[in-house]
Design a protein around this ligand. Structure first.
Ligand SMILES: *[C@@H]1O[C@H](CO)[C@@H](O)[C@H](O)[C@H]1NC(C)=O
Ligand SMILES: *[C@@H]1O[C@H](CO)[C@@H](O)[C@H](O)[C@H]1NC(C)=O
Ligand SMILES: *[C@@H]1O[C@H](CO)[C@@H](O)[C@H](O)[C@H]1NC(C)=O
Ligand SMILES: *[C@@H]1O[C@H](CO)[C@@H](O)[C@H](O)[C@H]1NC(C)=O
Ligand SMILES: *[C@@H]1O[C@H](CO)[C@@H](O)[C@H](O)[C@H]1NC(C)=O
Ligand SMILES: *[C@@H]1O[C@H](CO)[C@@H](O)[C@H](O)[C@H]1NC(C)=O
Length: 302
């Protein structure tokens, strides 16, 4: 569900920020610039996505022995995840930074404890506080001209772990909770970054794969809007340069460059935006930010 929403919001973000440049000399047919405003739109979805991905972290069984004390921890589950102070920023020449600070993670696990001749079993609720996660996504153009995450660097820290023990061995738990929770903290630290790495490189890239780089404009022509180079990231924006070329559907390999912006071409409106692009945008229910309104009819002279 979130994946679908994330995909469609990425898609609409791209379209909404699209500005067409119809200068014949320019190699890029169109350019998308994502600014701070676009990032704000994406921040919320990114946060939801990360929350969902992290809530699925699974942890291995922990078995240990400390003096007369033996324990087994299983079924570690994340019950609640509050990512607060989330931020999404541009990283010049690299891509994007997603950063959360002072967040909290609640979890539950099953314990089996043996201390002298006491045996105790049950569930424990615990929480990790002061969770800071810092992730940098490095963005590139792939061979097919799609935006991709090339790699991520990630750093996760948990300041505090708390566990509430309510068993027959209350006093013992006070003593052992410190090292149990520090073990949990270590495990959580080790799980967060690999989970995010996998989410970014496998799940997000798979979503990006579903965004088409070629589409039909009508029954005769299609538009190719694959990326022609890596995204250009500055501290204030992320620019993507798209081919933005029309091609004849009956001959997809021949890029019909001459369909672009020739004076007198009936598909090109005085304001420079070809009719077919307007129709395309209208099909996607996107408002054209440049120039006048959409044409009433769509005539294709062939
Ligand atoms: C969470 O994990 C389960 C089992 O591994 C899987 O079926 C589910 O699709 C995962 N959900 C997400 C959002 O990754
Ligand atoms: C997480 O946020 C929800 C509301 O957004 C709040 O009810 C809950 O107490 C928070 N949990 C923690 C562990 O901070
Ligand atoms: C972090 O969150 C706790 C409560 O969850 C709050 O008491 C504390 O002031 C916060 N610290 C910062 C630096 O925001
Ligand atoms: C753990 O928390 C859940 C609710 O989040 C509660 O139902 C359960 O009783 C708690 N378990 C313990 C052992 O405190
Ligand atoms: C990450 O990707 C960038 C390209 O976007 C590349 O320059 C860099 O070397 C890569 N880093 C690693 C550790 O692979
Ligand atoms: C990140 O995930 C990729 C693809 O699954 C994998 O090849 C790489 O080793 C992972 N890197 C880290 C640091 O986990």
């Amino acid at each position: 569900m979130f994946r679908l929403r994330m995909t469609s919001s990425l898609f609409s973000l791209f379209l909404l920020s699209m500005s067409f440049i119809m200068a014949a000399a320019q190699p890029a047919g169109c350019k998308i610039r994502i600014t701070d405003k676009g990032l704000d739109m994406l921040k919320f979805e990114t946060q939801r996505f990360v929350e969902e991905e992290l809530s699925n972290i699974s942890m291995p069984e922990m078995i240990g022995k400390e003096g007369r004390f033996q324990y087994t921890i299983t079924d570690v589950k994340i019950t609640e995840l509050n990512l607060t102070h989330a931020d999404l920023q541009f990283v010049p020449e690299v891509g994007l930074l997603f950063d959360v600070q002072n967040s909290s993670i609640s979890l539950s696990f099953h314990r089996r404890i043996l201390y002298w001749f006491f045996y105790d079993t049950g569930n424990i609720n615990a929480s990790a506080e002061g969770v800071n996660i810092n992730t940098v996504l490095s963005l590139i153009r792939d061979d097919e001209g799609r935006l991709k995450i090339n790699n991520i660097t990630c750093d996760a820290k948990i300041n505090k772990m708390r566990a509430r023990f309510s068993g027959t061995l209350g006093k013992v738990y006070d003593f052992i909770s410190k090292f149990l929770t520090s073990g949990m903290r270590f495990l959580l630290n080790q799980q967060i970054c690999p989970a995010l790495n996998h989410s970014a490189l496998v799940h997000v890239n798979a979503m990006l794969d579903t965004i088409p780089v070629r589409t039909e404009v009508d029954q005769f022509i299609g538009i190719d809007y694959s990326l022609i180079d890596d995204p250009v990231v500055t501290s204030r924006s992320l620019d993507m340069h798209f081919r933005g070329m029309f091609f004849d559907l009956s001959d997809p390999h021949q890029h019909a460059g001459e369909l672009r912006g020739e004076p007198g071409d009936p598909r090109v409106r005085p304001d420079g935006l070809p009719r077919s692009v307007r129709v395309l945008l209208r099909q996607w229910n996107v408002r054209v930010l440049q120039g006048g309104g959409l044409p009433d009819g769509h005539h294709h002279e062939k």
